[in-house]
Ligand binder design. Structure first.
Ligand code: ATP
Ligand code: LTN
Length: 350
């Protein structure tokens, strides 16, 4: 069923878009992904996967491993192959239930690359040039500013639009790409009639951006060179605790949430609050008049406990052999769903 303008419960699909909710019982659709460009970090968990888990009951969720995106930066083939399994195992260990979510590999669903190409032809050079991630990554990889790095957001738009996603849970840094996806979907719909659902970014209030422990003005990132700034989900818990203890703070000696003047302390507050569920205000209240040492100890202990529990589950999942089966089933379901939309697009384009 197609809608022009219509008021329904689904977010933002009333404007020049297709509505997913043909009847009230149909769930809204979620899609998101993470590149296997390095070991998953606490930032990947708090900024993305933790929120994915919360959405599983209420929405129809597609969560992928964005391997096509990851080769925009040079990857070691053996590492990439290994991470294809381990990252999915980590998704499950973080709480993603394969029974409730479709978990799949982007490159195993050819429709992504196909729609990506079609969307390339509707994306303007100027739009792509304005993307912050492109500028950042070009600066970091000055010897390899390839066409894939440039057109990365159009492939991401294809990922989202193929599944008619209403909502795209991402960290703050990916909002710009979702905005571009909305523009592309509207552009296509304007020209060919309603085809795509117009998606909305879903950015959580706490944890939307976790910063490097060594340079708290920079995002904690999988591909970060300095291991002291990043907590990998597979770091030895005791090593991770040490990293928290040596996190950069400041000389003010007050525990308060002030990202502009105290980015390090604010980052630690965000981490603790995201892990233990306590509000930042309440943590600040508890630490009134106390020093950074005790505070860091508590954050370190929370990280230690979190990683210990996660890693025990991760090992069990990897050795159970379930990952291959989850991928096979997820790929199949994703392929079926994506193929339908791709066929519609091909027909429309001619
Ligand atoms: P890379 O180092 O390859 O650029 P990355 O670690 O920055 O990767 P992505 O794969 O780009 O992470 O991001 C996956 C998802 O996790 C995105 O939704 C992103 O917004 C979120 N995310 C990643 N790092 C963080 C972080 N430090 N804080 C909050 N969210 C994050
Ligand atoms: N670009 C995203 C990863 C990604 C993604 C997506 C996220 C690729 N395709 C589709 C949401 C929806 C990143 O985190 N760097």
């Amino acid at each position: 069923m197609w809608y022009d303008t219509l008021v329904c419960n689904c977010v933002q699909t009333t404007f020049l878009g297709v509505c997913n909710m043909e009847n009230e019982n149909q769930k809204k659709v979620i899609l998101s992904g993470i590149q296997p460009s390095g070991e998953l970090t606490l930032g990947s968990y708090l900024g993305a996967i933790k929120n994915w888990v919360k959405l599983s009951d209420e929405y129809e969720c597609y969560y992928m491993l964005a391997d096509l995106h990851s080769i925009t930066v040079r990857q070691n083939p053996a590492d990439l192959r290994r991470r294809t399994l381990t990252q999915i195992a980590a998704y499950i260990a973080c709480g993603l239930d394969p029974e409730k979510n479709t978990i799949f590999i982007q490159s195993h669903v050819p429709a992504h690359a196909e729609l990506g190409w079609v969307l390339d032809c509707y994306t303007m050079f100027g739009e792509l040039s304005r993307m912050t991630q492109f500028k950042d990554k070009s600066a970091k990889n000055a010897d390899n500013i390839n066409a894939g790095l440039f057109t990365y957001p159009a492939l991401m738009a294809a990922d989202i639009l193929l599944y008619q996603a209403d909502l795209v849970p991402v960290g703050e840094d990916q909002k710009q790409h979702v905005e571009l996806t909305r523009n592309l979907a509207e552009r296509f719909n304007n020209r060919y009639g309603d085809t795509f659902v117009i998606p909305e970014p879903l950015v959580s209030k706490v944890g939307a951006k976790i910063y490097s422990l060594q340079d708290p003005t920079k995002k904690m990132s999988k591909s970060e060179e300095n291991p002291k700034g990043t907590i990998d989900l597979l770091d030895e818990p005791a090593v991770a605790r040490k990293k928290i203890m040596s996190a950069v703070t400041d000389s003010l000696g007050i525990i308060q949430y002030d990202p502009e003047h105290q980015p390090g302390v604010s980052n630690l507050l965000t981490i603790l609050s995201s892990l233990n569920g306590e509000s930042i205000e309440s943590i600040v209240e508890r630490y009134k008049g106390k020093g950074y040492g005790d505070f860091k100890k508590e954050v370190g202990a929370a990280v230690f406990d979190f990683l210990s529990e996660l890693q025990a589950k991760y090992k069990e999942i990897l050795s159970s052999g379930m990952v291959e089966q989850v991928i096979t089933e997820g790929n199949e379901k994703a392929r079926r769903s994506a193929h339908k939309k791709l066929m519609k697009v091909k027909k429309k384009v001619g």
